[in-house]
Ligand binder design. Structure first.
Ligand SMILES: *Cc1c(COP(=O)(O)O)cnc(C)c1O
Length: 378
């Protein structure tokens, strides 16, 4: 069956190629050119972060966070099992051990009430993912982590431009990551950013991102040559990608308004059916403003989820599942993951389904998805 309504189409807002052309004409297509600087400035303004650095991906931003935390063997990082591999791999790469936490039934964010029993003398950080861009319970998380001397890292791949009690997501943790992958609200194909919220991380982050050299200081005329001064790698995206991203960041209000409209139409169009069919819809606590990153259904059973996926597929509509529990993956098992360890994650993972949601989605396409869904008896 041909897919007529895809799960995602990359967002395109109009000036991307014009700006890429300008980057090429300016003769600076490697990292940290004019467009990268514009993105940094705008990201700082939008998130309130102390500093923002574009990276080649959200995964790489989290790898930088793991380097800056100076993690090593013997260290533990608490990670919600209902999350993406990139929430654990950056820490595992440093030799640290992921400790899996379960999520709350309502928001599917890390269950903060479990943190006190999971934190040990080896815990160095808690990775918080704002699932679907709906904030995790940050007041309680920051309080628990602060008291234990444990750092918070926000994976804000879903939550860019969302807020918690009026404050931008990405400004709560010592570090936060953003993703500009094709599947995210704003994109440059592949890309991300590291947000830094502590002054003393800023200078070192620049060095790690520039292969462990003080090249950023060199470009600012602060040193007369650049040298190898620390560990590091190459995490800078080309300025051509920054040009694409800047075009999208400029149009963020239009992109967000469109997504919000689509998200609300799903909620309004599916509410009655969901209530009468025992289907769960996204829960947004009043203190959270979310950026309409994704719309999901939690079906009554795993079997009904699979049947709905298949029935939509037969109609040419691609819906997808989300997040196989990390603790039950082959790698998770190597870190002691076992069945029953995170029961909410296990239950939700087999019942959750995400509906198509993209900038260019037409009302006709969305109506078709809604009609197909409400015609389905779980
Ligand atoms: C997309 C995503 C990532 C990975 O982003 P990349 O930019 O592809 O590395 C990480 N975490 C979450 C929660 C994501 O949704």
């Amino acid at each position: 069956m041909d897919i007529r309504i895809p799960f995602n189409r990359a967002t395109f807002v109009g000036r991307e190629l014009e700006y890429v052309g300008q980057a090429v004409a300016a003769g600076h297509i490697s990292g940290d050119g004019a467009y990268t600087r514009r993105c940094h400035e705008l990201l700082r303004d939008l998130t309130g972060a102390r500093d923002a650095l574009l990276t080649t991906s959200c995964t790489h931003a989290l790898e930088m966070a793991a380097l800056l935390l100076e993690l090593g063997p013997g260290d533990e990082v608490i990670v919600p099992s209902f999350s993406f591999v990139s929430c654990a791999n950056p820490f595992v790469l440093r030799g640290a051990r992921p400790v899996f936490a379960d999520v709350r039934e309502d928001t599917l964010n890390v269950d903060h009430t479990q943190l006190p029993s999971l934190i040990t003398s080896r815990t160095r950080a808690v990775l918080v993912l704002h699932y679907a861009g709906v904030a995790a319970e940050m007041d309680a998380i920051l309080e628990t982590c602060g008291a234990a001397g444990v750092d918070v890292v926000e994976d804000n791949a879903h939550g860019f431009l969302g807020t918690y009690r009026g404050r931008p997501l990405g400004s709560f943790g010592r570090f936060a990551s953003l993703s500009f992958h094709e599947t995210k609200n704003l994109t440059c194909g592949e890309g991300g950013a590291l947000l830094l919220n502590r002054d003393d991380d800023v200078a070192r982050a620049e060095v790690l991102r520039e292969k462990g050299t003080d090249r950023s200081r060199f470009f600012r005329g602060l040193v007369d040559r650049y040298r190898w001064v620390d560990v590091g790698s190459s995490y800078l995206p080309s300025d051509m990608l920054a040009a694409i991203l800047f075009a999208q960041l400029e149009q963020r209000d239009a992109v967000q308004a469109r997504r919000r409209e689509l998200w609300d139409r799903y909620r309004d169009g599916l509410a009655t059916w969901a209530a009468s069919s025992g289907v769960g819809l996204p829960h947004v606590p009043p203190e959270c403003e979310h950026p309409a990153h994704l719309f999901y259904l939690v079906m009554p059973t795993g079997a009904s989820r699979d049947r709905l996926l298949e029935s939509l597929r037969q109609a040419g509509i691609l819906a997808v599942f989300h997040y196989l529990p990390l603790h039950l993956s082959p790698m998770g098992a190597r870190f002691g993951g076992r069945e029953g360890q995170c029961p909410v994650t296990e239950r939700v993972s087999e019942r959750l389904l995400r509906l198509p949601l993209y900038h260019a989605m037409t009302p006709g396409e969305q109506d078709e998805v809604i009609q197909r869904v409400v015609a389905f008896a779980p």
